[in-house]
Design a protein around this ligand. Structure first.
Ligand SMILES: Cc1cc2nc3c(=O)[nH]c(=O)nc-3n(C[C@H](O)[C@H](O)[C@H](O)COP(=O)(O)OP(=O)(O)OC[C@H]3O[C@@H](n4cnc5c(N)ncnc54)[C@H](O)[C@@H]3O)c2cc1C
Length: 498
């Protein structure tokens, strides 16, 4: 294992894509084995030294940025250990934490298998996607990472190894998750009693439910309860083919009606020949304007666009293509100028278009040295139009530049306000807090997919209240009594001191 103390040699570990500044550490460990990780944690547990786990730095919330203590990276733990195909066409992949999502997808697809979770950014580590319960466009059909994790090998903050399989350990009737590690250490974790919001996607705070499975506590815990070392991931049969589309609209009301119908028909689909989107994604007019320098073919009269993907077989292709074209026509899409991607190469171009927006927005923030002001709230579907209107009218009233895009199929859009100077950034942050309160009041979540990290820890208090945060603190202390692991993520530090 290498330990570096010269900050210039681990500068990249002090950053992610949030543009959060000021990260620092006394050194960085580069672990090469599970034992290395356990050894670092054992030492730091004894000396009460903070450890911040590093993935590949694509996170947007400052989660991997250390403020003191040491950074822990493990880029060499990047092996796909096994891919097993079952007779029914499904499978299981066993992977190490630093396996790139992109590599996993390529490898299993070559075997005719499919790993559905697909955050737009594929250069992330699987361990981090588990720690963040990541999701993405295909979550509309397939749900988030949580649904695919069957086993985890973890290093707990004490340095103890824990192997946990789905379906083995559940909370008891008194709401306690009790378990033993491989070395025989016993833990008892009080399951929080707060209610999770009734939304399609939610990753803010610890998962909690009566009789919950222990594995679900670690998924989405943002590295605050343990280091993910290895996982078994459920694989599905690879869809035979897909096609994608980008439907432009000159009228936003018609675009929203298109989304409502596409969503309802997808949810009601019962046969492979029924229209059933695996992704329904939105771009507002300003997003299209933002992308136009790279994509001059975007129609000038388009006020928005919907990106969708549909899985097909050679038998269903014609009928499904016709179904989507009819839907576009009946809902008034600019059909002549819309984009249907039939071949893998065209689909790659379309995905590149989809990815170009968040990537360009992140570049914009970096260039203007502004901290990202991006919403990640999701609300119950029936409240979604209200939140979307609020985003638009309040940003217009303030005269802000912004782009609004994302996972409209899951009632989850990213509003990115683009302040031109610090004074505007301060006003934008105030408005952001207004939107957070509105989303919470609508029964929503402060984070549907990007997580809380350090940037949004204070907002978690608004969502769950002080009592909810104290319950999370009890979970944290039951697994990390010396408070060393990923401190600052999720739970504001003041609550840990209680
Ligand atoms: C352009 C762009 C688009 C994106 N789109 C999406 C999207 O659609 N959906 C989505 O969900 N996310 C999205 N993201 C966010 C990001 O890709 C995910 O959060 C991803 O999981 C981060 O992976 P990483 O390896 O880069 O982790 P990092 O940024 O390095 O770390 C993220 C967090 O995970 C913790 N962590 C890392 N490894 C481990 C481990 N082994 N054990 C425990 N904790 C660990 C870190 O401490 C940190 O708190 C996007 C990011 C970008 C830049």
């Amino acid at each position: 294992m290498i330990f570096k103390t010269d900050p210039s040699e681990f500068q990249s570990l002090l950053e992610d894509t949030s543009a959060m500044r000021g990260g620092y550490a006394d050194g960085a460990y580069f672990a090469e084995s599970y034992d290395d990780v356990c050894e670092v944690l054992r030492r730091c547990h004894q000396t009460r030294t903070r450890v911040t786990i590093s993935g590949n730095g694509t996170g947007t919330t400052g989660g991997r940025i250390p403020f003191g203590g040491v950074a822990l990276a493990m880029p060499k733990l990047n092996r796909i250990l096994n891919v097993k195909k079952n007779p029914d066409g499904t499978g299981v992949a066993t992977v190490q934490a630093a396996t790139l999502l992109f590599d996993l997808q390529q490898t299993v697809e070559a075997e005719g298998l499919f790993y559905p979770p697909d955050p737009t950014e594929r250069l992330c580590f699987i361990g981090a996607t588990i720690a963040n319960n990541s999701s993405g466009a295909r979550t509309f059909k397939y749900g988030p990472t949580r649904n695919y994790v069957g086993r985890l090998k973890l290093a707990l903050p004490s340095g103890d190894l824990l192997e946990v399989r789905r379906g083995e350990i559940f909370a008891d009737d008194s709401g306690v998750l009790a378990f033993e590690t491989q070395s025989g250490a016993r833990y008892e974790v009080p399951v929080p009693t707060y209610r999770m919001p009734n939304v399609s996607k939610h990753v803010a705070g610890y998962y909690a439910a009566p009789k919950m499975d222990l594995i679900d506590l670690f998924i989405g815990s943002e590295g605050t309860l343990g280091v993910v070392l290895e996982a078994d991931l459920k694989l599905l049969p690879k869809p035979e083919r897909i096609f994608g589309g980008l439907a432009y609209f000159a009228d936003e009301a018609r675009l929203l009606a298109f989304v409502d119908e596409a969503r309802a028909r997808s949810r009601d689909a019962t046969s492979p020949s029924d229209l059933s989107a695996r992704a329904i994604e939105f771009f507002d007019k300003r997003s299209l304007d933002f992308l136009r320098p790279k994509y001059p073919q975007i129609p000038s009269d388009a006020v928005g666009a919907i990106f969708f993907e549909q899985e097909i077989t050679s038998e269903t292709e014609d009928a499904l293509l016709q179904a989507w074209l009819s839907l576009m026509e009946s809902r008034g899409a600019l059909i002549e100028r819309s984009w249907i991607a039939l071949t893998p190469a065209e689909q790659q171009d379309l995905r590149a278009f989809r990815h170009a927006l968040p990537a360009s927005v992140n570049e914009w923030y970096a260039k203007f040295k502004q901290r990202k002001i991006s919403t990640d709230m999701a609300v119950p579907h029936h409240r979604f139009p209200e939140l979307m209107r609020s985003y638009q009218t309040k940003c217009e009233a303030e005269g802000f530049d912004y782009v609004l895009f994302g996972h409209i199929g899951d009632a989850h859009l990213h509003l990115n306000i683009l302040p031109k100077n610090d004074a505007e950034a301060r006003r934008a942050r105030e408005l952001y807090r207004v939107f957070v309160r509105e989303a919470i009041a609508m029964g929503g979540t402060i984070s549907a997919e990007h997580g809380v990290g350090k940037l949004k820890a204070e907002l978690l208090v608004e969502m769950f209240g002080e009592d909810g945060i104290r319950q999370m603190t009890r979970v944290k202390k039951s697994l990390d009594p010396n408070l060393i692991l990923n401190v600052g993520n999720l739970i504001p530090e003041a609550y840990l001191a209680d």
